[in-house]
Write a protein that binds this ligand. Structure first.
Ligand code: BGC
Length: 694
């Protein structure tokens, strides 16, 4: 009898060992897998795999997707694969080179966030999201770290280009559309940076001090909309502190508001920070530490053993990691083709650019061009278009169509002697190049000094002038007033001289703004005949712009942000590090700055007076271009707006002579709803039904 018991005990033990050995993660056995994980394995699942994938191009490390921002760690014995996370937002950011392959694997460079929101077309933004999601899928990426959706609180924020708007409704709707598009491809999106991450100066430590009502009305509202309307797989907790607490360690933000109130069911990951209190992050509901270090794993193990980290909290995070993993292409065994349809996606990038470019001024029908003109293109940006911003939002795209190329493709003539001068200048002064600029993008070449003789020769030889003014900004630093928000002296001189020379000859001047964020326009906008805001329009930007200038496409973009007449008209002007001259904030951020206003901490003293919310008030200064502004080559009539039960019905008729699209927005006095027509031929109508957001 005894012997029999012993044999069955051995038999059962070996059976359970076998079961353990063969236990493999499935979407329906998370509990079992959780039960089989050791403490070390649990700790390793909530801590990313480090900088290996991001720096693979430099180190030669063999990783699934070189250049991807991060990965999770696998637990192979339980069939838990590593998954791959990659930036966003203007396309998939991975290295074009892969070990052992000769070809380059580029990703489409889409227009920046500010341009996408200028389309006011959620269907189009969803289409962009689908294309990005598809590239992610076909290149082996599981989660795209996008969209960026912080509110554009102040025009000088260096990362505004990645974000959508000063208005939470527009921002939230655009983000939701982007997320839906990406996730329709079976890969995850990540809305970032949660929350109140509105400056780059001292970005790792700055404390945003925001009253709760303001937070909820503006800085959280857009995230709430995106979470409720698109169920992003993941959310990225920002670098900064919010009212004294790191967002990554804030149970109120990450659990009470995000999960309990809004019903978020996905995973929260950190922004790319190594050093925080990891146990506090886990307790707060931050599930995944990226990029992750071994020290964090050891810290979690130690604290769990000492009872300083509750097992329950760790288990919650581990479960969310597993819930994410089982949704991913990597888990499902998808074999990336490495061959997404880049041609089709380039067409989507161009379509988006064409709809998001905003016509700000068009005196006496200066635009569209009549077709037979010879154009003198001034400004380095005319020959070297800035397609996007710098930092993690930079995309390794196959090419950028510049404005001169785009115009040539449209069959327009350039005044070649001037073009040759600029091209030679660019050859002599190429954009900076280093391993960092290779990874993160670089500013363009410096502006070319112009002699009066050069301008006069162009005036004689060309029929019309285009002056491109360019701005580059990006992650890790905020913008400045001099020569950035404001035109530099050299740019002013160029603009004045070109306008005087061409106007004296009865010839027109068009300004193209190739910028990532708002610039001052009030002091010079009277000079040119037309102003086109191209934003940073992605790799197809030059084609899109040329097609707008030529009239092949009728502009239909509208501003998602106010252009103030003067920086200091903004209620947030002095509650922002506009005069910061310290170290670039990629590296800055020590405790010694904690007491420095706008650096260590930033008080959102303007409260709810963000963007047009302030300028629509009585007594507020006039703006240069208001929120929602944009001109067209045709005219529209909006008839019978009927409003009932939160639904607005309006019929839009194209009353002009060319086909175009029109945006309808309900500003009451704040933005309540918006929609865009399809392309309407002259005389054609469409009835839009707009649902008011709650
Ligand atoms: C940025 C994030 C980005 C991450 C990974 C961080 O520095 O703030 O937006 O997703 O890096 O590249």
């Amino acid at each position: 009898m005894k012997r029999l018991l012993l044999i069955s005990a051995i038999f059962l033990a070996s059976l359970s060992a076998l079961a353990q050995e063969t236990l493999t993660l499935r979407p329906d056995n998370l509990d079992q897998v959780m039960g089989a994980l050791t403490l070390r394995e649990k700790a390793s699942l909530v801590v990313g795999a480090g900088y290996g994938s991001m720096l693979a191009g430099l180190s030669g490390l063999d990783v699934p997707v070189p250049g991807a921002a991060g990965m999770t760690r696998p637990v192979s014995r339980l069939g838990i694969p590593a998954i791959v996370l990659s930036d966003g937002p203007a396309g998939v950011r991975i290295d074009p080179k892969r070990k052992g392959r000769k070809e380059s694997f580029y990703c489409t460079g889409f227009p920046i966030g500010s341009l996408l929101s200028s389309t006011w077309n959620t269907q189009l933004v969803e289409k962009v999201g689908r294309a990005i999601g598809n590239e992610a899928l076909e290149y082996g990426v599981d989660v795209i770290l996008a969209p960026g959706m912080n509110i554009q609180r102040n025009p000088l924020c260096g990362r505004n280009f990645e974000y959508f708007s000063e208005d939470p409704l527009l921002s939230g709707k655009m983000a939701a559309a982007y997320v839906r598009g990406v996730q329709s491809q079976g890969v995850g999106a990540c809305v970032k940076h949660f929350a109140a991450n509105n400056q780059e100066t001292n970005r790792f430590r700055n404390d945003s001090q925001v009253p709760e009502e303001v937070l909820r009305t503006i800085y959280l509202k857009n995230f709430e909309l995106a979470v409720r309307e698109s169920e992003p797989w993941t959310v990225m907790a920002s670098y900064n502190r919010l009212n004294g607490v790191y967002t990554q360690e804030d149970p109120w933000l990450l659990t009470e508001v995000l999960r309990d109130e809004w019903g978020f069911r996905g995973l929260v990951m950190t922004d790319w920070t190594g050093k925080r209190n990891t146990a506090a992050q886990i307790e707060a509901g931050c599930d995944l530490m990226e990029p992750g270090t071994r020290a964090q794993i050891r810290e979690l193990e130690r604290k769990a053993k000492k009872g300083e980290l509750s097992e329950e909290a760790l288990d919650r995070c581990v479960r969310r990691v597993l819930e994410l993993v089982v949704k991913t292409p990597s888990f499902k065994g998808h074999q990336p083709s490495l061959a997404p349809d880049l041609e089709a996606h380039a067409a989507v990038a161009r379509e988006a650019a064409e709809e998001g470019i905003v016509l700000l001024k068009n005196l006496a029908g200066a635009l569209p061009l009549s077709g037979g003109e010879t154009l003198a293109l001034f400004g380095v940006g005319s020959y070297q278009l800035l397609a996007g911003g710098t930092g993690s939002g930079h995309v390794h795209r196959p090419y950028v169509v510049s404005l001169d190329e785009g115009l040539a493709r449209e069959g327009l003539q350039l005044f070649e002697p001037l073009a040759e001068k600029y091209r030679a200048h660019i050859r002599r002064n190429p954009p900076g190049k280093s391993f960092l600029t290779d990874m993160l993008g670089s500013p363009g070449s410096p502006e070319m000094p112009l002699s009066t003789a050069t301008v006069e020769a162009a005036g004689r030889g060309a029929d019309l002038a285009v002056v491109t003014l360019s701005r580059q900004a990006g992650e890790g630093g905020d913008r400045h007033l001099e020569g950035d928000f404001l035109l530099s002296n050299q740019e002013k001189k160029m603009l004045v001289e070109v306008c005087e020379t061409f106007h004296a000859l009865g010839k027109k001047v068009i300004v193209v703004l190739n910028v990532g964020g708002v610039v001052e326009t009030a002091s010079w906008k009277h000079l040119p005949d037309a102003i086109v805001l191209a934003w940073q329009p992605g790799q197809e930007g030059g084609s899109a712009l040329a097609r707008i200038l030529s009239g092949r496409v009728c502009p239909s973009g509208r501003l998602p942000v106010t252009f103030p007449a003067d920086y200091f008209d903004l209620p947030s002007a002095t509650h922002f590090p506009y005069d910061y001259t310290g170290r670039a904030s990629m590296t800055a951020g020590s405790r010694k700055d904690d007491d420095v206003r706008n650096v260590g901490y930033t008080v959102y003293e303007e409260g709810l007076d963000v963007g047009y919310r302030y300028f629509i008030q009585e007594g507020a200064p006039a703006v240069s271009y208001p929120f929602g502004f944009g001109l067209s080559y045709t005219t529209f009539e909006v008839s019978g707006p009927v409003y009932a039960d939160g639904i607005l019905t309006a019929t839009v008729t194209n009353t002009g002579s060319v086909a175009g699209k029109e945006v309808v927005m309900v500003l009451d006095p704040l933005l309540r709803a918006f929609g865009k027509t399809r392309l309407l031929q002259p005389g054609e109508s469409e009835t839009l039904v707009l649902q008011e957001a709650r």
